[in-house]
Ligand binder design. Structure first.
Ligand SMILES: Nc1ncnc2c1ncn2[C@@H]1O[C@H](COP(=O)(O)OP(=O)(O)O)[C@@H](O)[C@H]1O
Ligand SMILES: [Mg+2]
Length: 270
């Protein structure tokens, strides 16, 4: 397995209230595999992605990347040597793993052109010259089907869909092994969503990345992922092969989730 989460728990302590955002989560992603994570708002999906990328630390449990532990559970104290070794591994992990967020504009600073923002994706490669970086940036723009002229534009000058394309360019410029996408289409118009989904399918084939797609857009997950996890209130209620799960959902919550989408389609088609 490329990535393996084992018995992950995450509890947020905000004063008197405790939120058990993720409970006893086991999730794995193989090499070149696309895995979906679906569930209603508040079910803990973003918390999972944030723990993988290191924005949050699990309360307990283990996260292994290529067989090596990368997460630092809150309750573990490490020696200096252990910490150093982990940091080295974490650096490799950070290069290999990229994330695309729900709101594309948040990826780019207001004062930076899209081109400069995309180049930041390889800024850690100190031996690379500015020319080489620029060349990669233009390649990345091409891969997400944006004209080269967009390198000089700012996030606020382009549409949401174009900005999300640029966010994908920034994520793939370093040729990540694992791409995490947290609701990458849900802030976009429906027609634009379809184009981004198509782009995503192409990119995941072209680049042979592993992907974790977090979405309540079941069509996206169905088109992209070979396996799916269904989360509710911090707990995985069902998981399995996408086709099997969509055609024969077992858990009542999955059934409800699938039928609510169908209801929504029926309503919007009318
Ligand atoms: N930083 C935080 N502090 C406190 N509670 C949080 C924090 N982040 C998320 N939560 C809570 O954890 C639960 C899961 O949230 P989240 O992972 O964002 O769900 P999803 O992405 O599925 O909508 C929610 O109840 C949310 O309010
Ligand atoms: Mg979320």
């Amino acid at each position: 397995m490329l990535l393996e989460l084992t018995d992950i728990n995450k509890t947020f302590d905000s004063g008197e209230v405790q939120v058990k955002a993720v409970q006893h989560l086991n999730l794995s992603i193989g090499e070149f595999e696309s895995v979906g994570l679906i569930g209603e708002s508040g079910s803990g999906k973003t918390t999972v992605a944030n723990m993988v990328i290191g924005l949050e630390r699990p309360t307990s449990g283990s996260i292994c990347y290529k067989g090596a532990e990368i997460a630092l559970p809150q309750d573990v104290e490490l020696s200096k040597a252990q910490l150093k070794e982990r940091q080295a591994r974490a650096a490799e992990f950070r290069r290999d793993v990229q994330m695309v967020f729900q709101h594309p504009a948040e990826t780019f600073s207001e004062r930076m052109t899209l081109g400069a923002g995309i180049e930041e994706g390889v800024i850690y490669r100190k031996q690379m010259t500015a020319d080489e970086r620029r060349k990669l940036m233009y390649e990345a723009l091409e891969m997400v089907r944006l004209p080269a002229s967009y390198a000089k534009k700012y996030a606020w000058e382009v549409s949401g869909g174009e900005c999300q394309r640029a966010a994908f360019a920034r994520a793939i410029i370093s040729r990540p092994k694992l791409l995490l996408c947290d609701e990458p289409t849900s802030a976009l118009d429906v027609t634009v969503q379809a184009q981004i989904i198509e782009l995503l399918i192409q990119l995941s084939h072209e680049l042979r990345m592993s992907c974790l797609f977090i979405s309540h857009d079941l069509a996206l997950v169905r088109g992209l992922c070979s396996r799916v996890y269904v989360m509710k209130d911090g707990v995985v209620v069902e998981q399995g092969e996408t086709k099997q799960l969509f055609e024969h959902p077992q858990d009542p919550y999955t059934v409800e989730l699938l039928s609510s989408v169908l209801d929504f389609r029926k309503k919007t088609e009318r």
